[in-house]
Write a protein that binds this ligand. Sequence first.
Ligand code: CUA
Length: 312
Amino acid sequence: MSQLQSIIHPAGIQASRISDLWWLMFWICAVVWVVVAGTALVAIRRGRRGDATGGDAGVARWVATGGGISLVVLVALLFQSVATGRALDGLRTGDALRIQVTGNQWWWDVQYVTDVPSLRVTTANEIYIPVGRAVRFDLLSTDVIHSLWIPNLQGKIDLVPGRLNQLWLRADVAGVYRGQCAEFCGLQHAKMALVVVALPPDDFERWLTANRAPAAAPVTPEQQRGRAIVERGPCGMCHTVTGTQAGGRTAPDLTHVGSRSTLAAGTLPNTRGHLAGWIADPQGIKPGSRMPPSGLASDELQAVVAYLESLK
Ligand code: CUA
């Protein structure tokens, strides 16, 4: 499915309100621009011909009228933006799906919060949500200020270290929506994207159930070797693969990495070649990223790639 990233194609109730406000502002400003430009043209023509303006009193009347109209328009737009803000704030419900999103330089940690710890799902850079149900994002940051923005679904909100922010949204149309970090957060800010996949509720429940399972067991000898390297080599120091000895918590969870559509927070499509290239040379692809070169021999690299690809 193609990815959408556009504020003028809202796919949810919050984005619709924001889009309505944007179009109202657009049309009012368009009319104001036409009136101002037209008036300026008339004034230039009259000035060239040397027509009388009606004297100082005439000018003062024009300025007062223009100022009055501007004031009314600005106050009206202000009221409409406040009304939109209040509407967004009012779109909260009790049975929302809770997802904790933590910003990191430069990736998104995603956890599906439940009261039962064993039912928690952890993933990264890809957020699945059900269509038609409210979702509450609990937003945190481990390092600097980031900002979550999924234009088709909601406005943006900052992720601030030491502070819990919340964002509510509801997708009303199934689809794949691209999001982006919208606050400059360092060298790879531009490569801190995410994908939100809105699925019909049944499909979403299937996804959630599948992702509660621990990592798939390796099948081929190459995959088995790959798992051993992930567990005992450098990967497991930072990454978790549930059900294995790899339990690092400072980098994206890899338990189901083979089912994701992108790598390195939306930087690369998740294909075998890109995966190998990313593991071999992360600093060439995303300079400054926290992922060091793995230093694996090429046969080890192939084994690790075969294993990670199998983690659907
Ligand atoms: Cu994170 Cu910009």
